[in-house]
Design a protein around this ligand. Structure first.
Ligand SMILES: [Ca+2]
Ligand SMILES: [Ca+2]
Ligand SMILES: [Ca+2]
Length: 301
């Protein structure tokens, strides 16, 4: 009998022990959309949809079972309760833009100087071929140049002051009508006789008072990326990620330039020319496109 009571109390103790081991309902995961407080179930409040969160206007609110989470939108930095626009242009790479970089809330935008258009990558600037549309407005011949274009007249004509129409040369007569007046751009007759040469905007009169030297103020000096004025005319440079082409005007992506160097020198030049031409054609295609830089990825800083 004594051993039976002992066996029963051992079984009770074992049952109690097992009960203690099994997790009490207090620690069970609450059903979805509900939270447990003081052992009771309450529905979760979606603070985001109810607009009772204190996330920054430039942050994304995410509901969590007990509370909610704030995360700054892409292009903004901060912990969520405060978010600040990142100035993507404020670095040594000019935001990756080869001409101008403009910071905007949550993003940035690259822009090109006159005579250039933004490439599809939203960062590079390509020459616009003005001659493709209406012959550039030139009466006779249109010649495209990097950053600009020029009108040229057929033999027996000279370019008028508007730089687009051509005037028939007269036989020997007043100085400017004499084809040997020597002015590179504009010939003006001086009140006391003789001629005084002038240059088109963006050019400077050369020391010989006849020729005209291009400056960076005209078509970015014929440079695709950067331009600096020197005594003999503009000196072109490229954005850090590019290298100057041997033509001294256009810029090649560094990888592309390295390939050129390893290729046969005799064919390299022709290939580059083809590539530049192809790029100009590509550029032409995207001239009517509006590049949506809002959807461009932000550059890693
Ligand atoms: Ca919540
Ligand atoms: Ca920004
Ligand atoms: Ca051009």
């Amino acid at each position: 009998m004594g051993s039976g009571r002992c066996c029963c109390s051992v079984a009770k103790a074992l049952l109690l022990f097992l009960l203690l081991l099994s997790p009490p309902p207090l620690f069970d995961a609450p059903p979805q959309g509900q939270v447990r407080a003081a052992g009771l179930l309450f529905p979760d409040v979606d603070e985001c949809t109810q607009g009772i969160d204190d996330c920054h206007p430039d942050a994304i609110c995410q509901n969590t079972p007990k509370l909610y989470k704030c995360t700054c939108k892409p292009g903004y930095s901060g912990e969520g309760k405060t978010c600040e626009d990142i100035d993507e242009c404020d670095n040594d790479f000019n935001g990756g833009c080869v001409h101008e970089c403009f910071n905007i809330p949550g993003n940035y935008r690259c822009m090109c100087y006159d005579g250039f258009m933004l490439a599809q990558d939203g960062h590079n600037c390509l020459d616009m071929d003005e001659c493709l549309l209406n012959n550039g407005g030139c009466q006779h011949i249109c010649v495209n140049t990097v950053g600009s274009y020029e009108c040229i007249c057929n033999d027996g004509f000279f370019l008028s002051d508007n730089q687009h129409t051509c005037i028939h040369r007269l036989e020997e007569g007043m100085s400017c009508m004499n084809k040997n007046h020597g002015c590179a751009h504009i010939c003006k007759e001086a009140p006391k006789g003789g001629v005084a040469c002038e240059c088109r905007p963006g050019f400077e009169l050369a020391r010989n008072q006849r020729g005209c030297i291009l400056t960076c103020n005209h078509g970015n000096g014929g440079c695709q990326h950067t331009c600096e004025d020197a005594d003999d005319g503009p000196v072109c440079g490229c954005h850090p990620e590019y290298m100057l082409h041997s033509n001294g005007k256009t810029c090649l992506e560094r990888e592309e330039a390295a390939t050129e160097l390893s290729e046969n020198n005799a064919t390299a030049g022709a290939d580059v020319d083809k590539r530049v031409k192809r790029r100009l054609l590509m550029g032409k295609k995207c001239s009517s496109l509006i590049v949506d830089t809002d959807n461009l990825p932000n550059l890693p800083l």
